[in-house]
Design a protein around this ligand. Structure first.
Ligand SMILES: Cc1ncc(COP(=O)(O)O)c(C=O)c1O
Length: 386
């Protein structure tokens, strides 16, 4: 492909997951805590609607106006922000919404900043579009989140910034005053913001603020994959300012056409399945409490308690400097699949791992039963002291 092809890194958790599934197929009992996907399935009413649509509707390419209007109403109800339904572009999940957002705002060679650790696809989508990733190293002192001061220090200023609050892999939320300060620095320095709000609704410390509350020019990415428990339905959305509606629609139409019709029907109904969905959040809150209570006794003391999402990012630097080997060994010995930190942080990630607690509470309890003796037996390998 010559010099024009972008170098895209592998997603290492997929390798862990493939092994976990092979173990499961061979009859071993495996607990899947490697991926951030709810184990609960779509809300019952959404499934019932989809079944009815399957039986009665031929389905073609389609853009659901009622769903766009419902999403616009959601911004009013949840955040007090008025948007026109036309500002909502329906997508096949958050992943293509990033492609639309980044390609609308930036030209090849532009610099786009984001937190390290961060979601693996930020770096790789930025690279695939021939933009230049600018990783902002965020440590435990900042709870692994971007600060206004860190944006201020970037020299030269990047053209773009991706924010994620709550974030993957840490679940941490940017405090309201810090978020306002970040938006102010970006406005002053001419940095456009793409905000990944895919974990909104999954919060244990009160609702997260939308960047749209601070910045009407920000592009907002969201999806049905997390709170709505509909990852495989491939449905999400992008909110764009009025000036970018045509550009975003042109990209969606050419690159992806429309999201699945079936998913759009189901997604509209899912908005009104609050009781079932809030039940999931309560289960995640219990799982979070169980893990936060148990992990320190396993020696995992350096963790930032997640404010939202369903992850715990744990420093395992006292045990290994090869998180991939560590996670594979943990899986082989206990049947508990987790994600190695290298996916989220190419610099420090060799000494971190991520637990996803988007599983049922009894699975979390069983996982803790299995990993407790395993962690107790670990001694650090790979580093020679003295
Ligand atoms: C932070 C973050 N953004 C985006 C995505 C992609 O989600 P989707 O399934 O909507 O494409 C994920 C998936 O794990 C994620 O963790």
């Amino acid at each position: 492909m010559g010099d024009m092809s972008a170098e895209i890194d592998p997603f290492h958790a997929i390798a862990v997951s493939r092994l976990a599934h092979r173990m499961g197929a061979q009859g071993q009992s495996v607990i899947h805590m490697e991926f951030g996907q709810p184990s609960t399935g779509a809300p019952a009413e959404a499934i019932a609607t989809a079944q009815h649509v399957l039986a009665t509707d031929g389905m073609g390419y389609w853009e659901s106006m009622p769903l766009k209007a419902r999403i616009a109403r959601h911004y009013d109800e949840a955040y007090g922000v008025a948007i026109d339904p036309e500002q909502v572009v329906l997508t096949c999940g958050a992943s293509p919404a990033f492609v639309l957002a980044l390609s609308c705002l930036f030209a090849p060679g532009d610099r786009v900043a984001f937190a390290r650790p961060g979601y693996v696809a930020y770096r790789n989508t930025v690279k695939a579009l021939h933009l230049v990733p600018v990783e902002i190293g965020c440590g435990a002192a900042e709870r692994f989140q971007i600060t206004a001061a860190a944006i201020e220090r970037l020299d030269p200023a990047p053209q773009g910034l991706i924010l994620a609050s709550p974030a993957n892999p840490t679940g941490t939320i940017i405090a309201a005053d810090e978020l306002a300060a970040i938006v102010a620095v970006c406005r002053r320095r001419g940095i456009r913001i793409v905000s990944d709000e895919i974990y909104h609704g999954l919060s244990y410390v009160g609702p997260a603020r939308s960047v749209l509350q601070e910045d009407a020019e920000a592009l907002i990415v969201n999806s049905f994959s997390k709170y709505f428990s509909m990852a495989a339905w491939r449905l999400g959305w992008l909110v764009v300012p009025p000036a970018l509606i045509d550009a975003a629609r042109a990209r969606m139409g050419n690159l992806f056409l429309t999201p699945p019709s079936l998913a759009q029907h189901a997604g509209l109904v899912a908005f009104d399945c609050r009781d079932e969905l809030e039940g999931h959040v309560q289960a995640y809150a219990r799982n979070r409490d169980l893990l936060l209570a148990a992990l320190p006794a396993l020696g995992l003391k350096r963790i930032a308690p997640p404010d939202g999402a369903f992850y715990i990012w744990a420093d395992i630097g006292h045990l290994t400097d090869d998180s991939m080997e560590f996670c594979l060994r943990l899986l082989a010995d206990t049947g508990v699949a987790t994600a190695p930190g290298i996916d989220f942080d190419p610099v420090e990630g060799r000494r971190f791992m991520r637990f996803s607690f988007a599983v049922s509470t009894d699975r979390v309890e069983e996982a803790l039963r299995r990993i407790a003796p395993w962690f107790a037996a670990q001694v650090r390998v790979g580093v020679h002291l003295g």
